[in-house]
Design a protein around this ligand. Structure first.
Ligand code: IFM
Length: 442
């Protein structure tokens, strides 16, 4: 009798554990990935960032790279010289939107010294994209800024914000007659936590207090840029690119895992939504932040399975995976189901969604085709269910400099041979191109 009750209790406990975790997962084998249908007006695209592709820069990153023993960005993809041919590659994929960033350090290499040439070059890039029927989407800050601004403390000091706003205004003045869609800041939560709490990005600091104050200043900077640019040109559509990582407790029944995941979710995701909806962040009022979005840029990559051990440096990160999940080159799992949850979260900002990044590090291109199809299937279902998603930008057009990881992570639809700067379309690139063609021709 005792044995029976014991077994019953054990069975109930195991069923309970299985039911309470993990988070939603799908049986991908049963799905018809060809059922993807996306509206005609949808924009298909790719994304890049200046520091990761242009090469030949001097900014906060190059200073950090040479003072730490890490791979140097150097010539990167030499895109500053090869952008014409790279734009042709975008066009060859049949894309209608391209997200890229402007490198502030090119425009203002020393404080108050403005170079006209680089801004004219960016202007030529915009014209070239438009002539190919590609919508330029500009990011004003994508992790990099001038070395002189970093020396002054960058976003860690509220008094530095006007210099950033001034730079944004100059770029907007020059390009907003042709560029209609703008991201102020890329992934502020990644920039601040990696640079000021985990020490893996410049300036390599490790202070939670400083990190929170950088987050607030980035939100302040976003709000000021948003309000200024809107007052200059109300036709500009302005948002920010938000990295939405989902935090799932290792065991849902564990109060510790649950609390850790809720806390991280609050800092990583919740605080930013609160800033836009309520104008407050971490207990401070953020002037002008309320409703300072015309769209939300969604960058989605994975979920983070959270337990008691919260790593304090990315080098210590031992990304956990559920048993059935596939590991990407970065070490974190492919979790396409989370893309739906991220879209649901993003819809809570109350503005349309532009998917500003989604992709995978996969040097052998063995996972990318499946990764691509699963995420696009999720996207298609979300749109069918009424979510207002306007575009999808694959990260990335080509392999590039992956920040603290250097060149080892390869995210490109095109493979880059850094020895001779040739680009070759991967099989996943062909799949993306063919999928878009079939959607456009429908
Ligand atoms: O390469 C980065 C990009 O700069 C910001 N979002 C994530 C990408 C892949 O890690």
């Amino acid at each position: 009798m005792l044995l029976l009750v014991g077994s019953l209790l054990l069975f109930t406990f195991v069923v309970y554990l299985r039911r309470t975790h993990p988070e939603p997962h799908m049986d991908w084998g049963d799905l018809d990935l060809t059922s993807i249908v996306i509206p005609d007006e949808f924009h298909w695209g790719v994304a890049t960032a200046a520091h990761q592709i242009e090469g030949g820069l001097r900014n906060n990153w190059t200073v950090f790279e040479s003072s730490n023993e890490m791979e140097q960005s150097g010539q990167a993809c030499d895109h500053w010289n090869l952008w014409k041919q790279d734009f042709q590659l975008i066009s060859d994929l049949g894309l209608s939107t391209y997200r890229f960033s402007i490198e502030w350090s090119r425009l203002e290499p020393e404080q108050g010294v403005w170079e006209e040439g680089p801004l004219q070059e960016y202007s030529r890039m915009v014209d070239d994209l438009l002539s190919k029927g590609i919508r330029p989407m500009i990011t004003l800050h994508h992790f990099s800024h001038p070395a002189w601004w970093e020396e002054k403390g960058g976003f860690s000091k509220a008094e530095n914000i006007p210099e950033f706003v001034n730079y944004c205004e100059k770029v907007h003045n020059a390009l907003s007659d042709r560029v209609s869609i703008w991201c102020t800041i890329n992934e502020p939560v990644v920039f601040s936590s990696m640079g000021y709490a985990l020490g893996q990005f410049p300036p390599g600091k490790r202070s939670i207090r400083l990190c929170i104050s950088v987050m607030k200043n980035m939100m302040r900077a976003h709000a000021r840029v948003y309000n200024l640019l809107k007052s200059k040109n109300p036709n500009s559509s302005i948002g920010m690119a938000k990295n939405v990582t989902l935090f799932d407790p290792t065991n849902r029944w564990s109060p510790i895992d649950w609390a850790a995941s809720r806390l991280l979710d609050w800092i990583w995701n919740g605080a930013w939504k609160r800033a836009i909806l309520k104008g407050r962040m971490f207990g401070s009022r953020i002037e002008g932040a309320r409703s300072s979005l015309d769209f939300i840029g969604l960058n989605y990559y994975t979920h983070f399975i959270t337990g008691l051990f919260v790593p304090t440096a990315t080098k210590d990160l031992d990304f956990q995976r559920r048993e059935h999940e596939i590991e990407t080159d970065f070490g974190y799992p492919m979790y396409a189901e989370g893309f739906r949850r991220a879209i649901e979260y993003a819809s809570g900002f109350g503005v349309p969604i532009e998917v500003t990044e989604n992709g995978v590090a996969d040097a052998s291109d063995s996972l990318r085709p499946e990764h691509l199809m699963r995420h696009i299937w999720i996207l298609s279902e979300a749109i069918k269910d009424g979510y207002d998603v306007k575009s999808f930008h694959y990260w990335s057009l080509m392999d590039n400099f992956e920040w603290a990881e250097g060149y080892s992570m390869r995210f490109g639809l095109y493979e880059v041979n850094y020895g001779n700067q040739t680009r070759s379309l991967r099989q996943s690139g062909e799949i993306y191109r063919d999928l878009i063609e079939s959607q456009v021709k429908r």
